[in-house]
Design a protein around this ligand. Structure first.
Ligand SMILES: Nc1ncnc2c1ncn2[C@@H]1O[C@H](COP(=O)(O)OP(=O)(O)OP(=O)(O)O)[C@@H](O)[C@H]1O
Ligand SMILES: [Mg+2]
Length: 409
């Protein structure tokens, strides 16, 4: 049986989502099992209570196993949190034999990693942004080219070893070996960005519950990544303070009546909820709610602008920003984002899936589905490695470049 089963576990601040999928003959994904579980023991993308997080992760995996009928042994797992950071680094090697081989590419990538990375950090991805052969730059696929000197530009993403180890521990307690961590925005980017956007220059902005995850793509490559430790949960707590509601009521009010633009809501519109300390239900102005949401969202987008400026790719994003993540479900968010960022904005979510997909057609599941895309491409890559071809087929390279996988095992 040559059935290919892949598994992704998205450990978010608000939910853990395990997906089990089969890669069909035409390379589309069929979702066989879904395990969605409220996330506990997580704050701003990192584990703060090992026992609680471990239990949420285990429950999510069990649900996915039950619904798919498959025993899960290995998985790709999402990673975020303010402990994630990235640097750009260049590697240079002499080409042996006058023609670039796969081994030369690996050596060049290894030499780019010879930067000082503290022992308390773990390398998550080494992304190849582009190659230069004998001074000729912007090379997309150097294997097979003639030359004597190979240079590679890499984007190296690292994370705090302790945070990574905590996630590993939780997964192992649930019987899962983590094949690879994938940074949240790189998983989401795979799902929501079009080829044209990635070629032109675009940023994916996944606003979840605890983090806002950014990745900038230019010329089909990942150029910059960042995780900001703010998200939709902050909006909920602002509402709780501002309107004197419980967190549960604030969450409900945000989802049911929330709007990202105060000016778009009439001051006549009201809704009723039971507020703290009130015996009878109170009327709340929808405009007041929108005022609170807009203020916090504007601040989040200000952080995003700062990050775009810090990356140095300001002005290089003609395709603008693609918003995703649960918070992007807020009415009017794309208009506010576009106003604050001064860029074209659209909201996107997974599509093109078959199987148990009803819940997954939502921006909240972009990272979860993106992990499956990564798993699919990584398994193609390992099949190729097994065949030991000296020059990989072009579609393999496209896949690898698109997913910007961590190059070395
Ligand atoms: N309809 C909605 N309107 C507004 N906000 C929403 C809506 N649905 C979900 N959210 C918000 O989206 C957030 C959860 O998004 P998501 O599921 O993408 O987060 P996560 O992946 O668990 O967390 P993170 O990636 O930040 O660790 C919560 O703050 C939730 O309140
Ligand atoms: Mg998320």
């Amino acid at each position: 049986m040559d059935e290919q089963i892949i598994v992704g576990i998205d450990i978010g601040t608000t939910k853990v989502c395990t997906l089990v999928a089969r890669v069909e003959a035409d390379k589309t994904l069929r979702i066989l099992g879904v395990g969605i579980e409220p996330s506990r023991g997580m704050k701003r993308g990192v584990i703060v209570d090992l026992k609680e997080a471990s239990s949420s992760i285990a429950k999510s995996i069990q649900k996915a196993q039950r619904s798919s009928g498959y025993e899960v042994a290995t998985a790709l797992v999402s990673l975020a949190g303010s402990h994630v950071s990235s640097i750009n680094s260049r590697g240079v090697v002499a080409i042996t034999g006058g023609m670039v081989s796969q081994a030369d590419v690996i050596r060049a990538t290894e030499s780019a990693q010879a930067v000082a990375i503290p022992h308390n950090r773990e390398v998550i991805h080494v992304i190849q942004r582009g190659f230069t052969v004998d001074g000729q730059d912007s090379i997309y696929q150097p294997v097979g080219m003639h030359g004597y000197r190979l240079e590679v530009e890499t984007h190296i993403i690292t994370a705090a070893a302790a945070s990574v180890e905590n996630i590993r521990k939780c997964a192992e307690a649930a019987g899962i070996q983590i094949k690879q961590f994938v940074l949240n925005p790189l998983a989401s980017g795979e799902v929501v960005l079009t080829k044209t956007e990635r070629k032109l220059g675009v940023m994916v902005c996944d606003i979840g519950g605890g983090t806002t995850d950014l990745a900038i793509y230019i010329e089909n490559n990942v150029w910059h990544t960042m995780v900001i430790a703010v998200g939709g949960n902050l909006i909920t707590s602002d509402i709780a303070y501002g309107l004197r509601l419980s967190l549960e009521q604030s969450e409900e009010a945000k989802k049911r009546y929330g709007h990202a633009l105060e000016s778009e809501v009439s001051d006549q519109e009201t809704f009723t909820l039971h507020a703290f300390g009130e015996v009878s239900p109170v009327q709340i102005s929808r405009r007041e709610l929108a005022y609170i949401i807009e203020a916090r969202l504007e601040e989040i987008f200000q952080f995003v602008i700062q990050e775009i400026k810090r990356s140095g790719y300001d002005g290089l994003l003609p395709a603008g920003v693609v918003l995703t993540g649960g918070t992007s479900l807020l009415a009017g968010i794309h208009t506010l984002a576009s106003e604050v960022l001064g860029l074209p904005v659209r909201v996107a979510q997974p599509d093109d899936l078959t199987g148990l997909v009803d819940q997954l057609f939502s921006p909240a599941y972009s990272t979860s589905v993106g992990l499956l895309y990564w798993a699919q491409i990584m398994s193609q890559a390992s099949k190729f490695k097994k065949k030991k071809q000296s020059i990989p087929p072009l579609d393999w390279w496209d896949g690898i470049k698109n997913v910007a996988k961590r190059f070395l095992p």
